[in-house]
Design a protein around this ligand. Structure first.
Ligand code: AP5
Ligand code: MG
Length: 214
């Protein structure tokens, strides 16, 4: 199963990804998580990516594409993978297509999670993430049992640097300008499943899994 999760910041890509990859036993490839991991380890890539991420801008294509190409060529991706947050520009989409063609592989589905701007902002500013295991919570919509502590591993919950309201607004603008055109790009290829991202998490997952079965 080779899947892409498309949708604006805070739409619920990461939330759905974590359930889908468990169900289908495929690796979760989040370019945002890869960059955050590099920032944490203070690598050269992390330093370059941080300049863009803190401003709510996209990291340049040339830094992103090669990472994803290498990652999908790894052994654990042989039976499929889920891309979360990639591609994010038409240029990235075309690069992925070229790479898959070379590998004689095809995408199965592009899931487009649709959510309006006001809810996106609420979701992003209330999001909290576990420093240790990466589990995602929301102070209002899916709070942890104990404030600030991860239910799964007892790790500390923190707020992402780019989840400040002004940065979130910029990320949404950037999404509308540079990423949204990909919906049309993949619709023309007959790959898009549109889901209403304002529904409860398990309802959205049910809709996605039904479509993947059929
Ligand atoms: P990235 O990490 O990909 O962030 P994003 O696309 O902005 O998306 P988010 O992770 O903010 O949201 P999400 O859709 O995963 O929502 P989540 O499930 O957490 O990218 C960050 C940055 O890295 C970019 O700005 C860019 O700089 C760079 N970057 C990454 N990839 C790149 C690329 N390919 N090219 C260039 N640059 C790149 O949910 C959000 C909140 O809502 C959570 O609190 C959650 O609990 C809650 N929630 C989720 N679903 C529901 C629901 N159904 N009902 C109620 N609450 C819900
Ligand atoms: Mg995410």
């Amino acid at each position: 199963m080779r899947l892409i999760l498309l949708g604006p910041p805070g739409a619920g890509k990461g939330t759905q990804a974590s359930v889908i990859v468990k169900e289908y036993n495929i690796p979760h490839i989040s370019t945002g998580d890869i960059f955050r991991d590099n920032i944490k380890r203070d690598t050269e890539l992390g330093k370059r990516a941080k300049e863009y991420m803190d401003k709510g801008l996209l990291v340049p294509d040339e830094l992103v594409v090669s990472i994803v190409k290498d990652r999908i060529a790894e052994d654990d991706c042989r039976d499929g993978f889920l891309l979360d947050g990639f591609p994010r520009t038409i240029n990235q989409g075309e690069a992925l297509d070229a790479e898959l063609e070379q590998m004689s592989l095809e995408l199965d589905k592009v899931v487009n999670i649709d959510v309006g701007v006001e809810i996106l902002i609420q979701r992003a500013i209330g999001r909290r993430v576990c420093r240790d295991c990466g589990a995602t919570y929301h102070v209002e919509f899916s709070p942890p049992r104990t404030d600030g502590i991860c239910d799964i591993c007892n790790g500390e919950l923190f707020q992402r640097d780019d989840d400040k309201v002004e940065t979130v607004k910029r990320r949404i603008e950037v999404y509308n300008e540079q990423t949204e055109p990909l919906i049309d790009y993949y619709t023309k290829k007959g790959l898009v499943l549109n889901v209403d991202g304002t529904k409860p998490i398990d309802e959205i997952f049910e809709k996605i899994s039904k479509s993947l079965m059929g």
